[in-house]
Design a protein around this ligand. Structure first.
Ligand SMILES: [Zn+2]
Length: 281
């Protein structure tokens, strides 16, 4: 098991030299997650659209080169890209906020970024442009549009200001606590900021992650929540079958797994001859 995990780490680490790992931007069929929440991201970079009567909210623009993929997915679902009124960020890495300028240009949406990640977010924009931040949010702040409210939860570690978001979604008369994770990924220590206090932040974040009453969950990367497998289940879902994205046990297992991988990375001897790679996940 440990060997398997190590080989996965090595495989993922080999992405570190590239700003846009191979295949991450490939299209993936857009789909309804639940209620008014839709997946419009790429094969690996998760973006979500919340559709409301007063316009739509997009979470995560991904890379600038991902934006046309996201736009095509939004349109495939029958929605207009220009109806996006608010763009929300998860965390200040280029694979999640690199497309903010282009989304802003195409939609005029209000760009909402976590205050703690503000300075880092400004690093990711096309040359000669400034990052288009319109509103800064703190832990517990909400974003509301057309009856949908998303609440920000600061989950520091992966970045200092990593933001998870929660909302309520309805299906078949039941309301579900939906959680859009930031990233709990702390296994690529050499490529994270490694700021003073990062280790304490990660440990507190793994604890905090267990305090949310999570029913439905997704994350900033499709692979974090086994999106492809859950999508397969969704395709085969019959009347009365559970929604595959409702997975509280899978969420707990995910937190356990990422806490373990972080502690293992901390305990491991430093890698030999490594450059200062960039792993954006
Ligand atoms: Zn990241």
């Amino acid at each position: 098991m440990r060997k398997l995990w190590l080989s996965a780490v090595i495989a993922l680490s080999s992405f570190t030299a590239f700003s846009q790992p191979n295949g991450w931007n490939d299209p993936f069929p857009p789909h309804k997650v639940m209620d008014n929440m839709y997946y419009v991201g790429t094969k690996e970079l998760a973006s979500f659209l919340f559709v409301t009567p007063q316009g739509n909210i997009l979470m995560n623009s991904d890379y600038e080169s991902s934006v046309p993929v996201i736009k095509a997915s939004v349109e495939k679902l029958g929605f207009k890209f220009s109806d996006i009124k608010i763009l929300i960020a998860g965390h200040a890495h280029p694979d999640h906020v690199g497309g903010d300028n282009l989304v802003k240009e195409l939609t005029g949406a209000q760009v909402v970024v976590g205050r703690v990640d503000e300075a880092k977010t400004k690093d990711f924009h096309p040359e000669g442009k400034q990052h288009p931040i319109d509103r800064l949010v703190d832990d517990g702040d909400t974003v509301t549009l057309g009856g949908t409210t998303l609440t920000a939860h600061i989950m520091p570690g992966h970045t200092r200001g990593c933001l998870a978001w929660s909302t309520n979604l309805k299906e078949n008369g039941k309301t579900y606590y939906a959680f859009i994770e930031c990233s709990l990924n702390g296994q690529f220590l050499q490529s994270l900021d490694n700021y003073p206090g990062m280790v304490d932040d990660f440990r507190a974040t793994y604890k905090k992650a267990r305090t949310f009453p999570v029913e439905l969950w997704v994350s900033s990367h499709a692979s974090f929540y086994n999106m492809a497998a859950k999508y397969e289940k969704l395709q085969k879902r019959g009347p009365g079958d559970p929604n595959p994205f409702v997975d509280p046990e899978g969420y707990k297992a995910h937190v356990d797994q990422y806490e373990k991988s972080f502690e293992a990375a901390l305990a491991a001897p430093p890698r030999q001859g490594k450059g200062k790679g960039k792993q954006d996940k």
